[in-house]
Design a protein around this ligand. Sequence first.
Ligand code: IPM
Ligand code: MG
Length: 368
Amino acid sequence: MQAKIVLLPGDGIGPEVVAAARSVLNAVARQYGHTFETEEHPIGGAAIDACGNPLPEDTLGACLNADAVLLGAVGGPKWDDPTAKVRPEQGLLGLRKHLGLFANLRPVRPHPELLAASPLKPDRLQGVDLLVVRELTGGIYFGTPRERRTLNGQQSAVDTMHYTESEIERVARLAFETARQRRKKVTSVDKANVLETSRLWRQTVGRVAQDYPDVALETLLVDAAAMHLLTRPASFDVIVTANMFGDILTDEASVLTGSMGNLPSASLGETPNGHGLPRGVYEPIHGSAPDIAGQGIANPIGTILSLAMLLRHSLGLEQEATAVENAVERVLASGYRTADLAAPAQPACKTNEITQAIVQSVTGVPTF
Ligand code: IPM
Ligand code: MG
């Protein structure tokens, strides 16, 4: 197959983990006889530095023309001034909005070899296999007004949480459809005891659920869900929730896998790419980790597993996606650990060491 893939390395460790995933992509191309045309473009802080715009037109145009996009991370202390007019995160949010990526899929499946790396007791992690479907283009991330005001002589600020029925319905449908392919349970998470948007969320999800009598619906308040993610994580199958709740709960859920460096994500919309599949943006859920950037020690697994999701969802390459996932499992099983995963007395490997091992495992060259 021929496919066009745009790489957006971004900031901090973004360029390092995207370079790692690129090596794996090249290995897949060689091994399975595909031609992947890749283009790199700046986004976030790197783009602010280059041209003052966190989402340059060239970058957006390339993404709109691509079959899929792989992104590293955006943001960092250099651009963190709270009074700044442009912020790296606007690049990522703008990209999600322009591409209509209303659903963000974040699978959480602890690797059997990494149970000890999680602060949770291993028996709690048995059987954990959940998928968070986070609404991605609405809610408090995008509602207006959002601004600073002067009120009675002092500064005040406002953000707006806004949802329409159709925004809730489309992401709920995707969650129920996905649950049908899995263990047939959807947990909808909201704050309906306080927020009007959450009461609309709960009503709408309840109505959509009637079209899926074969799927069980559970409803949880977000505070309780945060607790149940730690006390009974294995009871969840698909969790569907609003933009900000999903952002927070997925950082929490990533700890079940030992490190947030492991977690991939796929952001999908309705617009088909050149292969008739959703054009998505694929990115690890971790941030730019400025404290370790440039040292060659970042964990590339979240980005490499995001690449596997890209191959599956945007290119329909199931066999190749599984090969990448299996390679990651094998490399972890043979003891490779980046610093975030290594036990206190265990030696840690560098980004390029674990990446090379994954590349060799994908191409079947035995190194261990
Ligand atoms: C994420 C990130 C982003 C978000 C930031 C970088 C804007 O935390 O993808 O989870 O809040 O969506
Ligand atoms: Mg986040």
